[in-house]
Design a protein around this ligand. Sequence first.
Ligand code: DON
Length: 559
Amino acid sequence: MLALALVGAPRATRSADGPTFAEYAVASDNIDASEAGASILAAGGNAADAAAATMLALGVASPSSSGLGGGGFALYYRASDRSLSFLDFRERAPQGATPDMFARKPGETQESADARARVGGLAVAVPGEPLGIAELVSRFGKLPLKASVEPARKLAHDGFTFTAHTQRILGFVGQEFLRDPLAAQLYGNAPTAGAKLTNAALDKTLQVLATQGPQPFYRGPIAQQIVAAVRRHGGLITAQDMRDYQVIARKPLLGTRLGYDFATAPLPSAGGYTMLTSMDLLERWLPTKAHWQGPERYHALIESWKGGYLDRQNYLGDPDVVNVPLEALSAPDRAAERASHYHPLLAAPVDAYIQPLPNTPEPAAQPDNKGTSHICVVDAEGNVAAVTTTVNLPFGARISVAGMWLNDEMDDFASEVGEQNAFGLRGGAPNLPGPGKRPVSSMTPTIVFKDGAPVLCVGGSGGSRIVTAVEQVALGVLVDGLHPARAVVAPRLHHQAVPAHVDARDLPQATYDELAKRGHPMRPMGFAAQVQAIAIGAPGPERLKAASDPQKGGEPRGK
Ligand code: DON
């Protein structure tokens, strides 16, 4: 299998708008990782093998965002039988988790309560990535798992590129991060962007994955190391929590909007629901192409997000633990009612879009017992993988084990009803922590179909901003006919109901001012979500139009 890593990944041809490929493409937010995925396709692997290789390489080359200590979601389209599958390998709370574990204690500052969910042992949920990758390959791949591991192992052993993105993130996490031995070894001598780094511990861990599969991560020596590290830092994960972890195959969330069939992330992601809710309203409010221009489009987008994010806060939680009234939430008359609150020229107060469900008991809070990265891969057979993977905040809980970083996905739970998490999302009772629970996510891996054929793979990173960013890039490609490389840099807006601001990037000043006049509290966007996408067209040299968001310095690779 060593030979696989030696097969070079050919580069794109470049149209005036962005990279294009005739046969296959991988779009990730890191060049080493896109090359790892493309090398597997060049060696005869399919989209599942390549997505696994790309994820593993991301964990080596861009470890602040994702890796074996994290988890994610994979949406997979298999061309041979036109089947769609969704693998939930999201991290899961330990059995010891309680609804009040992150609530502010008497005398404690909110900052210190928040920190418990973000840095240290309590922040860590049971990682899903090792098993998720293994299942993606065993269910859909053509090659043995070790083939997908090899490019990542080689990067860890021979060297990967220290990127300007990781350098920026290190500025954000601060000097105390370097007290971690792996952080000190990798970043202690302040490498410059472009330097080659190695990670011997991760090389060894990847060899275990290649030769023994995912089991040692859940019931063997690596599991023991994870449990020991988490408990040393005050966390709750036990050996039993590790053994109990399972990947869940779920039905993707489906919806027809704007003449396209969308397949996207179901619960425990709120992303798919929020995006489809928004598009349902857009269809009603922007009935003709002429409506999709200028302030009218942006005004409608902002209004369309308020209700979906409120629903998330009030009703969404892990569907295996709390009762989520999804059917009632998605009922056509409820959407029609919501649509009726739209004023085409004036911003409505957020609460106008609440639409409380009649006669619905408060969702049960708990039963008694119990950094992110997006990849798109399209292969020559027409299979499509849309995978979003994360350790949550940069370098997760900032605890390294066996060359990898443990996630801090527990911050995606509500710390208390009404409190905001790191992404400003207001917590609701259905998303309080609980034993074995998966926190609600914003990750939105999506594949869009036209007349039964896939036309777009899209997804992104950036916390609560993922949903609105993925939606706007999809609209840029599908409605405006843009190459994805143009769509990812087009003007961007975000509104998540709470806080009641509109964040805007690169809007023409006149449009910005016009939206402010309509009553939208506008402010410049501090940071934008990063989106990867591949548009799939008719056979030919421009069949695949791929884009990696320039913010993280990634580039697509393929042939
Ligand atoms: O699942 C979620 O919604 C978050 N853990 C995603 C975090 C994220 O995108 C961080 N990125 N910048």
